[in-house]
Design a protein around this ligand. Sequence first.
Ligand code: X2X
Length: 344
Amino acid sequence: MKLRTFLASAVAAAAALTVAAPAMAQSNYKSEYRLSLVLGPPTPWGMAGQIWADLVKERTQGRINIKLYPGVSLIQGDQTREFSALRQGVIDMAVGSTINWSPQVKQLNLFSLPFLMPDYAAVDALTQGEVGKEIFKTLDKAGVVPLAWGENGYREITNSKRAIEKPEDLKGMKIRVVGSPIFADMFTALGANPTQMSWADAQPALSSGAVDGQENPLFLFTVLKMHTVGQKFVTTWGYMADPLVFVVNKDIWNSWTPADQGIVRQAAVDAGKQEIVLARKGLVEAGKPLLKDIAGMGVTVTQLTPAQREVFVKATRPVYDKWKPTIGTNLVDMAEKAIAARKQ
Ligand code: X2X
């Protein structure tokens, strides 16, 4: 009788364990995962986060619930601290620009080398090829889990003073630049007066005229109506494009079941693909409709001829050469080869 009771309770306990197992895997799940971004929806960058969050929620039946924190609000807008915060667990996950993480991961300055990537095929040759894999290994070593690539985009220069056709036109112009020192080097080489500040500080600085110009992908020009803060001149010079990277904090990643890890990874890949199409919208179609929209706002849009562009390439070449060993000579060589071999 006693034995039978014992066996029965043992069976019951085992049954309870089996039932409890999937629930237990989730009991260490957080009710909300905090996703950091600089730009929120409706920018392509913000949509990258939104699409990722939506796909994950749907495919995990709500087991993983991601909330967007645009404006890098988890770190009070200080975007150059995002990578450290991610590593430390202040941030659970992020869709971040290579520029903002470059102060901690110097290899990411690769994408900021002036005029390295002449076209979108060159960007893809890097992110979708061996170079992309190499950079993911570096990010993994640096303490985060990289999952997929997205795109902020080609950063074109805008200003309130004059049309820029040659480096001399930038002379003395106060230009807001982003957080990696390579940008200060480039704008100094071109004769401008670069001022490094966060995006949060850049917007009031543009409105008040504290700075004359800035550089960012052109969708941001239209979303923010930059012509209303005096940005009357746009030059498309395509000097660099910043990819976005979808990443998760390591402890958070390890707290998920392998099945859920697979879902989150695939959702990042899918979101990245969709977002890259959004980021290029208006810039890859014949006649570049986005440039027409901007011209329609009363803005002077200058598209450099190949010869004009070449003058900027030459003027910034010393910066390229200076940064190559810092980024890693082998990595830069690998990137140059991948670009030379790209399908156009
Ligand atoms: O600060 C910028 O210019 C932005 C929004 O493009 C980045 O975060 C790199």
